[in-house]
Write a protein that binds this ligand. Structure first.
Ligand code: B12
Ligand code: SF4
Length: 438
């Protein structure tokens, strides 16, 4: 039994490799190996693949293993034809895909992943290209299929697996394809390590020590998709060591939505990472909860050699409470002071600010940016994207501000201000970004 896993190309107006790895697909790979499959992986977004330069010029790494993807301009879909920006296919070119498919040969099953809903076109295109080559059934899973299952079913995949409950996959494989796979009880998050052995070369590694988040911010899909859970720190650390021994990378990122929640376990993990002394730099590209940063936590992050810390701030004033109350100004001030005291520089501490959130006024964002500048830390401006299924989404529908059947591509945060008349203008957003920069 041979299974092929595929991380598809991204079609978007902008994309950057900010430690992007298809973590979910790698867990699927680990499970398929356990079920007795011979597993192969084609990751169209792995900039560090050693064969890629034979097909395309690959931009050099920037900071800490991040960098630009190779990309080519493609025809703009009709629905965005008036957006004055270039539409691109990011990642490896189609010739690379065909070459890999030929090399791997006949497979029994193709398993494709998906992340952002507004990236569905790249997913569909990659599946169509695979289907030109093989008649094997294609199963599509991942975040897009969970957020928009009926939309995903309209695409070219033969089957959609719209859940993150991997415990259901063996039964699915038995019933739909009559694969003789063993029946056993398991907890995928606790028992499996993401199957990095499927790569031959990597520029960095990504892990997650928890899944989901106990907060319920009104604009976020995480609490809808996941019940919050932490993996035991010893197993997380073992997984880090196991793959670091193989790949010897310089950088490791954690994808957690709530890395610090469950403070005791978080501190334990940090102590183990520091004691292992793997000589790598660690990064937290997802915002951590400022309220949970205390002096000890800050020192432990420093001792373990964390180099990138993002604090989730999002917005100022009344909206902080209205959207979920995960952080207030005083939490952020305290967290920054603790991190500075532990020796973090202002370059290493950054904050996320959300712009274009419904109900947010330009002056709210300007106030947020000014407040963060006074604190002396870096600011990353994130543009809001309405995510189907979230409370904010429902509110927008009830108000008649979003059509529930809108093409998901239009919800791409980088183009929303070009057409959505209920939010901020392109100029206002540019102004905020400029303000945050200097
Ligand atoms: C890490 C992360 C990032 C990283 C990198 C993302 C990446 N592409 O690699 C960073 C920090 C860069 C990032 C950025 C953003 N992100 Co983000 N991110 C995440 C996060 C926290 C984790 C993703 C992940 O790896 N999950 C863990 C794995 C294990 O889960 P999984 O992929 O779902 O896989 C499971 C199943 O789906 C299944 N599965 C997966 N594939 C397959 C395939 C098959 C065949 C099968 C059977 C099963 C299967 O198996 C797995 C185990 O159950 C998610 C939230 C979340 N908790 O999922 C948000 C999330 C994906 N991000 C989101 C958003 C909005 C953003 C931003 C736009 C934020 C902003 N406003 O600026 C940016 C922009 C990104 C971009 N370039 O466009 C939204 C998605 C919205 C959408 N419309 O799709 C999410 C859901 C969070 C949210 N806010 O609601 N993000
Ligand atoms: S704290 Fe972060 S991950 Fe948790 S619900 Fe809020 S935005 Fe989502």
């Amino acid at each position: 039994m041979v299974a092929l896993l595929v991380n598809p190309n991204v079609h978007d107006f902008a994309a950057y490799d900010f430690w992007m790895k298809p973590l979910g697909l790698l867990y699927v790979g680990a499970l398929m190996e356990r079920l007795g499959f011979d597993v192969h992986l084609i990751d169209m977004m792995n900039r560090h693949d050693s064969d890629l330069p034979k097909f395309v010029k690959v931009p050099r790494d920037k900071r800490y293993g991040t960098g630009k993807f190779p990309a080519r301009e493609i025809v703009k879909p009709k629905v965005v034809k008036d957006i004055p920006r270039k539409f691109k296919e990011y990642g490896a070119p189609p010739e690379y895909l065909r070459w890999r498919l030929e090399k791997i040969g006949q497979v029994d099953l193709v398993m494709v992943t998906s992340t952002m809903t507004y990236w569905y076109r790249g997913v569909w295109q990659t599946i169509k290209r695979i289907k030109e080559f093989t008649n094997s059934p294609v199963i599509l899973g991942g975040i897009y299929t969970q957020i928009l299952p009926s939309h995903a079913k309209k695409g070219p995949a033969d089957f959609v697996f719209p859940t993150n409950r991997l415990e259901l996959l063996p039964k699915f494989l038995r019933e739909k394809f009559h694969f003789r796979v063993p029946d056993f009880e398991f907890d995928w998050f606790e028992d499996l390590d993401p199957a990095y052995e499927l790569y031959e070369r990597l520029g960095y590694l990504v892990f997650t020590s928890s899944i989901g988040c106990p907060f319920r911010c009104t604009y976020c899909a995480t609490p809808i998709m996941w019940k919050f859970k932490k993996r035991s720190p010893e197993k997380v650390a073992y997984s880090v060591k196991k793959y670091q021994d193989i790949f010897r990378v310089k950088d490791i990122a954690f994808f957690d939505d709530a890395f610090l929640v469950g403070k005791k376990e978080a501190k334990k993990l940090l102590k183990i990472l520091a004691n292992m002394g793997l000589g790598v730099r660690y990064h937290l590209p997802n915002g951590i909860h400022a309220r949970l940063v205390d002096e000890e936590m800050a020192h432990l992050l420093k001792d373990a050699n964390f180099k990138t810390i993002y604090l989730g701030y999002e917005t100022s004033g009344e909206l902080q409470k209205k959207t979920g109350g995960k952080v207030f100004d005083e939490d952020l001030v305290r967290a920054v002071r603790c991190l500075e005291k532990a020796g973090f520089t202002s370059e290493e501490i950054r904050t996320y600010v959300l712009v274009n959130l419904p109900g947010q006024k330009l002056e709210d964002v300007v106030r947020a940016v000014r407040f963060l500048k006074e604190l002396g830390i870096g600011i990353s401006v994130n543009e809001y994207t309405p995510i189907p299924g979230t409370p904010e989404w429902q509110h927008l529908i009830n108000q008649g501000r979003i059509d529930p059947n809108v093409d998901p591509l239009l919800l791409d945060n980088s183009i929303l201000p070009y057409w959505w008349k209920f939010g901020m203008s392109v100029e206002e957003i540019e102004y905020v970004k400029e303000l945050a920069r200097y």
